[in-house]
Design a protein around this ligand. Structure first.
Ligand code: AMP
Ligand code: MG
Length: 369
């Protein structure tokens, strides 16, 4: 299949520029489009056959349900059997934006969308291109991230094409995504809001509005199954093995480990905050990627930089972790998965293996717990 690419022009009205893409979606095809979080892979969310194509294009397991995207607040009403006061309060506070709500599903929704669950995930994105596309398609758009299953999510059209060229009907190029990590998923079917996936709307922001926000135990404990089926899969994985450094001395730890790995003739990829990179040695067989100045920039850059390492053919990636606070919670959820939970803790001048595997060339400076 030939994949069309629509380059959006800011100096022209949006409507006519997404017309062809919207018509393809209405006709049952799959089109990728930008949102404020990451690029989505969209199909008519009320057409089971069209949604099957999303699973095929991504190689997505059939038990991993899709999020339905709407263009107006009220469009959620016919997708659900009823909204709790909690859900309405969250909608008022955070929609449109990077928040997905789990609500009881209505009969309108095909089983393939919800993977047979009795609930459905709904999001009202703020991105003008996403909203115009949904509006013109005239249906809720089912859209997971536009990557092959298991890879980092794409945050620009080139990264989408890398995974999807020749496989889907088209890609709308609307530039880079602002937030860079996926939406926060909140289960609203219980007594209090439960975060199933941390994202652009932080736990702190939700707590401020709702008084409370629990984390799904499956996010915190390895022996609990996550309630969002997709969260159990290996995800966001670059080709090279990755080691994540956490703890109060993560910055120094990254530098020490990178120098040690490079000394054993490895091509070492590093992703760290700008501050850390100021202290990084010049020269050597390093591929250094700047994560940015703060959490917002790190979230925005993370997936793009991880995907670059694949093209640069590094042997090992060393990443700098941040604290599990604010946007850091979403970032660390993604980074730990990217690293396959290979984590080293840096504190008091020591490097200690926290979980997973430490590459052989680093085993002399990393202590066992
Ligand atoms: P993605 O579209 O790639 O951002 O992934 C969507 C995420 O939403 C996956 O982790 C799904 O498992 C999760 N999800 C979708 N629908 C539901 C649902 N009804 N209940 C719980 N999690 C859901
Ligand atoms: Mg995804």
């Amino acid at each position: 299949m030939e994949t069309k690419l629509w380059n959006l022009r800011n100096d022209e009205p949006l409507g006519p520029q997404v017309k062809e893409a919207a018509a393809l979606i209405a006709a049952g095809e799959v089109v990728s489009f930008p949102t404020e979080t990451v690029y989505g892979l969209g199909a008519n969310g009320l057409d089971g056959k069209a949604c099957q194509k999303i699973f095929a294009a991504k190689g997505r397991p059939a038990d991993n349900p899709l999020i339905l995207h709407i263009a107006e607040m009220g469009e959620i009403e016919r997708l659900t059997r009823g909204l709790s006061p909690m859900a309405r309060k969250l909608m008022e506070a955070f929609w449109p934006g990077p928040m997905t709500l789990i609500v009881p599903k209505s009969d309108l929704i095909p089983d393939v969308v919800t993977a047979g669950l009795d609930t459905v995930a709904v999001r009202f994105p703020s991105h003008p291109v996403a909203r115009e596309l949904i509006r013109q398609a005239g249906c809720p758009i089912a859209a997971p991230s536009a990557n092959k299953s298991g890879k980092p999510s794409p945050t620009n059209a080139q990264d989408v094409l890398q995974d999807m060229d020749g496989i889907i009907a088209g890609v709308i190029d609307g530039g880079s995504c602002d937030i860079g990590v996926e939406s926060t998923i909140i289960d609203t079917t219980g007594k209090e809001p439960v975060i199933l996936r941390p994202g652009g709307i932080t736990r702190e922001m939700i707590t401020e509005v709702m008084g409370t926000a629990r984390l799904d135990p499956g996010l915190v404990r390895a022996d609990q199954t996550p309630k969002a089926p997709g969260m159990k899969y290996r995800h966001y994985a670059p080709q090279a093995p990755m080691l994540l450094v956490e703890g109060p001395e993560a910055s120094l730890g990254v530098i020490r480990l990178a120098i040690m790995a490079e000394a054993s003739e490895q091509r070492v990829g590093v992703i760290a905050l700008e501050e850390t990179l100021h202290h990084f040695p010049k020269g050597g067989n390093f591929v250094v990627h700047d994560g940015g100045k703060n959490l917002e920039e790190l979230a925005e850059n993370l997936f793009r930089e991880l995907r670059l390492f694949d093209r640069e053919k590094v042997d090992l990636i060393i990443g700098e972790g941040v604290r599990d606070q604010d946007l850091g919670l979403a970032i660390m959820n993604r980074m730990r998965k990217s690293a396959g939970h290979n984590i080293v803790w840096a504190e008091n001048g020591l490097l200690v293996r926290k979980s997973g595997h430490v590459p052989e060339c680093l085993q002399t400076i990393v202590m066992e717990p």
